[in-house]
Ligand binder design. Sequence first.
Ligand code: MCN
Ligand code: FES
Ligand code: FES
Length: 906
Amino acid sequence: MIKKNLLVNGISRTLIAPPDASLANVLREQLGLTGTKIGCGQAQCGCCNVILNNKLVRSCVTKMSKIPDNAAVITVEGVGTPENLHPVQLAWITHGGAQCGFCSPGFVVSTTALLAENPNPTREDVRDWFQKHRNACRCTGYKQLVDAVMDAAKVMRGEMKAEELMFKMPEDGKIWGGKYPRPSAVAKVTGTLEYGADLGLKLPPETLCCALVQAQVSHGEIKSIDTSEAEKMPGVVKVVTHKDIKGKNRITGLITFPTNKGDGWDRPILCDEKVFQFGDAIAIVCAATQSQAKAAAEKVKVNMEELPAYMSAPAAMAEDAMEIHPGTPNIYYIQKIAKGKDTKPIFEKADVVVEDDFYVGRQPHMPMEPDVGFAYLNDDGKLCIHSKSIALNLHKAMIAPGLGVEPENLIMVQNPTGGTFGYKFSPTMEALVGAACLATGRPVFLNYNYFQQMTYTGKRSPFFVNMRYAADKDGKLLAMETDWSVDHGPYSEFGDLLTLRGAQFMGAGYDIPNILGEGRTVCTNHAWGSAFRSYGSPQSEFASEVLMDELAEKLGVDPFELRYKNVYREGATTPTGQKPEVLSLPEMLDILRPKYKAALEKAKKNSDGKVKRGVGISIGIYGCGLDGPDGSQVRVELNQDNTITVFNTWEDHGQGADMGTLGTAHEALRPMGVSPDRIRLELNDTGNAPDSGPSGGSRQQVVTGRAIQAACELLMGAMRKSDGTYRSYDEMKAENISVSYDGKWTAPATACDENAQGSPFAVYMYGVFMAEVAVELATGKTSVEKMTLVADIGKVNNRLVTDGQLYGGIAQGIGLALTEDFEDLKKHSTLMGAGFPYAKQVTDDIELIYVETPRPEGPFGAAGAGELPLSSPHAAIINGINNACGVRITRLPALPEKVLAGLKAK
Ligand code: MCN
Ligand code: FES
Ligand code: FES
């Protein structure tokens, strides 16, 4: 131990700590300053930024022994407080800089250090600073962050008053469609919002810390598990194995498709007979401290016979491949699509045919907050699990039988969450902490490190696609044929549904009268497939949007005009034979056309022997909802103080469930004139909220939005008096009228049949992406210089939120196109190794153009927003590369060496 005196936020502190303890841990655990977050723990994200003796440092790698005595430390708590916000924090709120907010304290501290050094930075200075200091944000695409820094700097230089930065309530009291800051923003930018790891530190003293014993191979048969040595280690209370689990010890994938050859009971909570992928959990050590649990986990001996690992769909589909789950074929689900006439004669006679193979890989989600959660038994003996779940009721059904708990005795709660981007549509550690809590009878806490986050959570499932288009000589699409294989990793949950997405979104946006195709879900030993934002459409639309450019090239026409000719118009149907609910694509393309022409000219003018510039277009479409009659339920209650509480499970990844709920409820209650501060939110606790379904499939604004609207209308109806005024709480009680109302809504949609025909979504999102790229001829390096998105997401609830959704999704599209991958278990297991896009990889020049076509089924005309921006921006970038230098990339990511090889081959 060493003794250090530190001046923390101006207060003198004496600290006794191990010399190798990190400053981040000491601040959080010993001083309770949990505003300093730990993301990567590896100096790659800046979530842990503090200012140490006037210098910005990453406190996760700053050892106590290296800190000079009497050093001055400033954490986010020292920058400003909720009552006394620093201009940087205020600007962050006003510009929508905090989505999940997990990166916000680090950025706020980083910006404070920047402005102390350079009070008048340019936008590029700001971006350079964030790049240099590795401040990473996965939600925002950085643009709103730079906007915030520029305004904060103005305030600090005295060129703008802080009041000018504050949100002003419009005179008509309407916040729908405006920029009202999200309710959680103040807590996020001041570091006072408590995420799972922060809450974990504040659990009662009897709480046990968990450490996992995990598979070090990708496929193997377990011969024995010896826990005897580990049990004797200091502080260990129990080593939990499959033998301690009272239920089926399986997470059910809730298979709903009758033709699925698996039964869905394929994912062990703790492995018993086999391990199916690297990192699979085999045992959980529960001990008094984290370090004791980790030390003991090292002592668990697992005798394993390694089996051949099938690390891709083609490998697992090979004739001689063994069944990964014995008794279930590796190809366990087939999805066909058949629309219109037989395509064979059409292809034979067509004027033009194009065909190509495409691959979109295993994109990692890379949220800033690694997976975390805890469990305890409440006073009623119910098991309560708090996690990052974005599918609370679904997870309850998926894990209860495996744990041996009745669903009514299981309560699921979502902690404030630092981003998921879909990986939390699958349960991760929920069943593990549940099992550990039941086995020990004590509260338990589990926090993954970033290596575990990367290697032992689900990933985007790679698609191997072959696609053909037939067209007439004028470019009218006549038919499409598709064949796709989905590498879904070892666990089946939602793999069939994802394969169906291939049928629904390949060719989406175009009126293709005749389609024939087949997709298959393949079990492999690589990372299990979980939802990732836009679920299936980035894989599907990459193929159909790049092939569209190949068709234009063969026809010798402009790819923009070829799209214009074929997009949905009156009489058109989607690939599933559905009539689109609105027809805004021609209008959207008309808006973009002059910008496209100007961009092409600019690209040509600015190309030379060293750098070639080009422009690419893509159409992006995604549905809002779960297939078919997706439903949601919400409760509203009038409180004694005449405020109104909304109860729902609109889980918040960071997208803004709080603002979504508030904005929708406020608009619904506007006839009564309730101000936003009188609407309270009780979100994401299955113990007190009805089931609003998961936050997947960009469904909540539409489906839960409609349920909020319904509940508010019921309450208002009950409160309305004959003279048009409204009853107070006391009046309601006096007249014995209920103050609590459940609103429900079910989408008027029909699930697809075995040929993928149906009307699966009542509402869709539509987008047109334009990428302006530059390719360096000597290296093959591509940079995206500008992105434009014309988006029709219906009427907008909150512009700060939707701007943030669109910017952030585009940034992930840039990553998907150029750098991101999770193929190599070693190389790709860190943020930097997996190609995480930092500030300088994401262009600062992103233009958003909204076409707000009201949706007949959306609440106040809204569609969803979350997934549109990642549906096909990568296809526009890849098309831009071809336009720039004639290299067609069909396997992502377009790393410099791939582009260079293409240039050399020409
Ligand atoms: N919204 C709006 N006006 C509209 C449509 C939406 O203001 N016309 C707002 C909503 O109020 C909500 C947000 O935009 O705050 C997204 O709404 P919606 O599209 O309905 O999506 P969900 O709320 O169901 O959120 C899920 C969606 C998905 S599926 C993923 S994955 C995702 C995403 O949103 N992951 C995210 N956005 C994310 N954003 C962040 N920061 N982090 C993630 O992990
Ligand atoms: Fe410290 Fe990521 S840089 S947590
Ligand atoms: Fe930056 Fe979520 S707001 S990571």
